[in-house]
Design a protein around this ligand. Structure first.
Ligand code: HEC
Ligand code: HEC
Ligand code: HEC
Length: 229
């Protein structure tokens, strides 16, 4: 499934060129104060309405029966001699797959990532890392070849020693994905302990990911219809 992956790579690349100017000077973010997409309500209801439920709204979400698209009903997927199982336990979504040491291990799905044409799953590792599993769910309809698990590197044999493995640096959410898929990202990498304490003001691509934090001058005294001020 190279085509799907190249679509997404292209989208991700295009985004770096256009849609996220605010992230360039993220140092200033905390000073300016992000207030969150919902606080744009009342004045920009039209924009809020078209954003709600959009791919930006769904760029990253907690796993629930509404947000998880993949088959976690003990579905299995075979890659490079390893059988990965997608299951649920006590309402939690779990992936049993090869971990950092190559051994089969159960990981909870902490977040879902993206929605269409494919969805990925973020699994936790030590030191505050989240990693994007390389077995993705093809969210396209059945008659378009979708509704199945597939590997993003189908023709290679990536094992746990490979930096492209889901536990490796290339699939690390903190450094490789987060700043485009969430708002006001703070990576918070501690070089000494080699650990992350990453956080964001909004889990998904909120209004301020593109427009920047609203300066205080924007809100007070700026009534609906009073024009720019
Ligand atoms: C109290 C009302 C109010 C709130 C809350 C508000 N805005 Fe605005 N905003 C305005 C007004 C009024 C304008 C000017 C509209 C016009 O010129 O037609 C505006 C214009 C804008 C524009 C157009 C460019 C500009 O700066 O003039 C953007 C983008 C924008 N707002 C984003 C946001 C975002 C994002 C939020 C939430 C974080 C937000 N606004 C919250 C009232 C508000
Ligand atoms: C992925 C980036 C992105 C996100 C997310 C986003 N916007 Fe925008 N928004 C834009 C761009 C780009 C424009 C400029 C459109 C144009 O000039 O035609 C714009 C234009 C606007 C304007 C100016 C009036 C208009 O419609 O052209 C307002 C107000 C606005 N956005 C508010 C919001 C609010 C409120 C949210 C969240 C609910 C939001 N935007 C989310 C990129 C974004
Ligand atoms: C430079 C910004 C950027 C980076 C970095 C980035 N993405 Fe994306 N990603 C995007 C944009 C933009 C889209 C398209 C959103 C849309 O559908 O409009 C996207 C789409 C996706 C989708 C497809 C689902 C969907 O909703 O369209 C997945 C899955 C995804 N990204 C995963 C990742 C993973 C995993 C990483 C890190 C390894 C990553 N992305 C890094 C910007 C980025």
């Amino acid at each position: 499934m190279k085509p799907l992956q190249s679509i997404v790579s292209a989208l991700c690349l295009a985004a770096s060129l256009s849609a996220f100017p605010a992230l360039a000077d993220s140092k200033n973010n905390t000073e300016l104060g992000f207030v969150g997409s919902q606080s744009c309500a009342g004045c920009h209801d039209q924009q809020l309405e078209s954003w709600t439920g959009s791919h930006h709204d769904k760029a990253m979400e907690l796993p629930t029966k509404d947000t998880v698209l993949g088959d976690f009903n003990n579905a299995t997927f075979m890659y490079n001699g390893i059988t990965t199982t997608f299951l649920t336990k006590a309402g939690k979504y779990i992936v049993r797959t090869d971990g950092e040491d190559g051994k089969l291990t159960e990981f909870p799905v902490d977040y879902v990532f993206g929605v269409y044409p494919l969805q990925q799953y973020l699994l936790p590792l030590s030191k505050g890392r989240w990693q994007a599993l390389s077995i993705a769910w093809d969210a396209r309809p059945l008659n378009e070849g979708g509704q199945r698990w597939y590997h993003l590197y189908p023709d290679e044999k990536i094992d746990f020693k490979d930096p492209l493995h889901w536990t490796g640096p290339y699939q690390n959410w903190n450094t490789r994905c987060a700043e485009c898929h969430s708002t006001q990202l703070e990576k918070n990498y501690n070089a000494q302990s080699k650990s992350f304490n990453t956080n964001f003001s909004e889990i998904d691509v909120g209004c301020e990911a593109c427009h920047g934090p609203r300066p205080n001058t924007h809100k007070p005294g700026r009534e609906k219809g009073t024009g720019r001020g």
